[in-house]
Design a protein around this ligand. Structure first.
Ligand code: SF4
Length: 375
């Protein structure tokens, strides 16, 4: 690409980044109520084919009849609350168990007309279904001008992964899934990455997995396993790492923060994660839920974020009214922003969040370059 063409492409992006930085750091905090949300996560089902050691959702699977149909989802998304939606995450349970995933996706693309990116999170254990479904999802997204991104949850290799997933030969399935995603990435149909939960028994295995993924240029992101009511983790405590002052865990994350093979954005994320886990002050990196996001449950219940209490049921009351209900907004400001956010680990790094953290991300980029030059 010629320098002139690069500049012509870079300038609008830089302008947009500067505008998000200014608006969300200086204008939004002055508003009495938040703007319309621009990012959401939809948990399409609580049904799952895995039997994960650190998640109890599979023991509490919902009947099919409780899931929003594509029509019901469309009615909810038609509410003005969703009229500015740009980033849409779709997960489960396992979303590929939804036989109507293509219709659900069509509904999302037809109702959220400003969408820029659709992210699908899967356990990667159903390569056959993925081969049958993903090309059509990619086609729909391309037609709508929306970037399709797939996040595959993989927590190790070999027997370790089998034990964590409770599924035999799980890595063989992951390899087949990765093969499909690599082919589709080469065709420009999507982007994808591995998302790995750090647990009591997998630190060694994920190091091997990271080497395997790097050989194939698959980006990988680590999160620390968390015990949460939403994942029904009661009784599963032994699966999790001790997070407070655990030298092994901190050492692993600190090595990621200094790893020159990581992007500047990821390095900064791990630096911040270590800081929060070591109790050296509240979280400073932005969160898209706090900037203006929401979470929609498989049955139509609404939440401000993955740590929020339920704020109402969209099948009984308009989503806009729930989101802007004065009591709910008070809860958002006091219990979430005033307390929960301080210790909430920074895992997502969407473009929107990066733009809000612009000066810090530029510094992280300079720091990475200088670190590389010094090596
Ligand atoms: S609690 Fe965490 S996920 Fe929720 S808004 Fe705060 S930082 Fe974001």
């Amino acid at each position: 690409m010629t320098p002139g063409r690069t500049l012509r492409r870079a300038l609008p992006l830089a302008g947009e980044a500067a505008s998000v930085w200014f608006r969300y750091n200086f204008l939004e905090p002055l508003r009495p109520a938040p703007s319309l949300p621009r990012a959401m996560h939809y948990i399409s089902t609580h049904r799952c084919n895995a039997r994960c050691a650190m998640c109890g959702i599979w023991k509490n699977q919902n009947p099919l009849s409780e899931e929003l149909t594509p029509q019901a989802l469309g009615s909810i998304l038609a509410d003005r609350l969703f009229s500015r939606m740009e980033y849409f995450g779709l997960s489960g349970g396992e979303p590929l168990l939804r036989r109507d995933l293509i219709q659900l996706t069509s509904t999302i693309l037809e109702t959220c007309t400003r969408l820029k990116r659709l992210s699908v999170t899967t356990n990667g254990l159903l390569p056959g279904r993925m081969e049958n479904t993903l090309p059509e999802l990619a086609r729909l997204c391309r037609r709508a001008g929306v970037l399709l991104d797939v996040s595959v949850s993989v927590h190790g290799m070999g027997e370790t992964l089998d034990r964590i997933y409770g599924v035999p030969a799980s890595f063989e399935r992951i390899e087949r899934t990765a093969g499909l995603l690599l082919r589709m990435r080469t065709e420009g149909a999507l982007t994808f990455s591995f998302n790995t939960v750090l647990l009591a028994e997998n630190l060694e295995s994920v190091r091997r997995l990271q080497g395997w993924a790097r050989e194939r240029t698959i980006p990988m992101s680590f999160v620390v396993g968390e015990q949460r009511q939403r994942f029904f983790t009661e009784g599963l405590e032994s699966a999790f790492l001790e997070t407070k002052g655990n030298p092994e865990l901190i050492g692993f994350l600190a090595s990621q923060a200094e790893d020159p093979a990581q992007s500047a954005v990821q390095m900064e994320k791990y630096r911040e994660l270590v800081r929060v886990l070591e109790g050296r002050g509240p979280r400073r990196l932005s969160c898209y839920y706090a900037m203006g996001g929401l979470l929609l449950g498989f049955d139509g219940r609404l939440y401000y974020c993955s740590h929020s209490r339920e704020i109402g049921d969209c099948t009984g009351r308009p989503a806009y009214d729930l989101y802007f209900d004065p009591g709910n907004l008070r809860y958002r400001k006091q219990a979430l922003f005033g307390a929960e956010c301080h210790t909430c680990p920074p895992y997502t790094r969407t473009r929107w969040e990066i733009e809000k953290d612009l000066p810090r991300m530029l510094l992280a980029s300079v720091r990475r370059r200088m670190g590389r030059a010094a090596r």
